[in-house]
Design a protein around this ligand. Structure first.
Ligand code: ADP
Ligand code: MG
Length: 333
């Protein structure tokens, strides 16, 4: 980084990031060239990476706590979707070259809090300064018993499709932050915005779905788009009953002010709930798991035989008519 006495690269690493690495001996206090990670035999190492770019994934005025929390949480959500136990992560950070120290302190403090919540430790990274938009990349590491990771490709015809928690809050939260839901009570707008900024990776659920779910994915692009990924890799079709899609009180209120927002619930992203399929014969096991985790697990549809050349996701209204959507999910290109 640039030579600034208050903001020397090595001082930042030693003072702000090394404390986050204290719990993992293999991090070597962030004083060596790389970290060491020992993995139990009998386990696969699960690796995922996600990048957040200023102006693309977060606004220039976003708080450092929001950026850091979301960055770590979306990575942990990918581990959850594979059924992994989260263990460690690296951070590659390109801070603005004129950044103020408190911004980096806020960033590190949010990581520290989330590390404790989710049981992971920083083990390495890279720190640079950029004249352009800031960019942050986390690579997260987890473990899963060998060969048992949850995959997108395992859905079978006749499976029930389940989703955890509630759907649509992330996308509606982004709209609420942009003041695009006029008439929505402030407390609902706030609840939705919180879900957008600080999604909850469903790590406890993912681990328990190993051996119970046939296919799983986390909802990042949108409910329909992500179910489409399961359908495509599994070579099946899928159907969702709109009336069964679980909505939070705040999302219901938003749709109450504008019924067209239901499209956002189906095609908007950023929920980071787990979407999975399971044998209908396992319904009682899924219900028991939901009760144990205090987390709703709602059957919203089923897996059907493929009808066309490519897989299809159909959203059905209460009369079993197909609801048309203009877009199915967010795409960068
Ligand atoms: P090198 O030049 O050999 O790549 P660096 O000076 O970039 O080494 O990094 C020194 C140590 O600090 C390494 O262990 C690296 O993993 C760690 N590190 C650098 N930046 C970060 C960061 N943002 N978060 C965590 N660890 C970091
Ligand atoms: Mg380096």
């Amino acid at each position: 980084m640039a030579r600034r006495p208050d903001l020397d690269e090595f001082a930042i690493i030693a003072r702000l990031f090394a404390p986050l690495a204290a719990k993992e001996p293999g991090a070597l206090g962030l004083t060596d060239d790389a970290a060491l990670l020992d993995v139990d035999p009998g386990h696969d190492l699960v690796i995922t990476t996600d990048c957040m770019v200023e102006g693309v994934h977060f606004l220039p005025k976003a708080l450092p706590e929001e950026v850091a929390s979301k960055l770590l949480r979306v990575n942990l959500s990918d581990l959850a979707a594979m059924g992994a136990t989260a263990r460690a992560y690296t951070l590659a950070a390109a801070f603005a070259k004129d950044i103020a120290l408190p911004w980096i302190e806020g960033f590190a403090a949010a990581l520290q809090r989330d590390q404790e919540t989710f049981g992971v430790t920083l083990i390495g990274g890279d720190t640079t300064a950029t004249p352009g938009p800031m960019a942050f990349t986390v690579t997260a590491f987890g473990t899963v018993p060998k060969g048992r990771a949850l995959r997108r490709a395992g859905a079978r015809v006749g499976d029930l499709v389940y989703v955890s928690g509630t759907v649509g809050d992330g996308a509606l939260g982004l709209l609420a932050l942009r003041q695009d839901i006029p008439g929505l009570a402030p407390r609902h707008a706030q609840a939705l915005a919180e879900r957008y900024h600080r999604p909850t990776p469903r790590l406890g659920l993912g681990v328990r779905l190993v051996g119970l779910a046939y296919a799983a994915i986390d909802v990042s692009d949108g409910l329909v788009a992500d179910l489409g990924h399961i359908a495509a890799t599994s070579r099946v079709d899928a159907e969702i009953e709109w009336a069964k899609v679980p909505l939070s009180v705040a999302a219901q209120a938003a749709i109450g002010t504008d019924p067209t927002l239901r499209t956002r619930v189906l095609s908007g992203g950023d929920d980071y709930e787990l979407l999975f399929t399971a044998d209908p014969a396992s319904a009682a096991d899924v219900a028991r798991l939901a009760a144990e985790l205090h987390l709703p697990l709602t059957a919203i549809g089923r897996i059907a035989p493929i009808t066309g050349a490519t897989s299809e996701v159909r959203v059905l209204d209460p009369e079993a008519r197909v609801i048309m959507l203009e877009t199915t999910g967010y795409r960068h290109f």
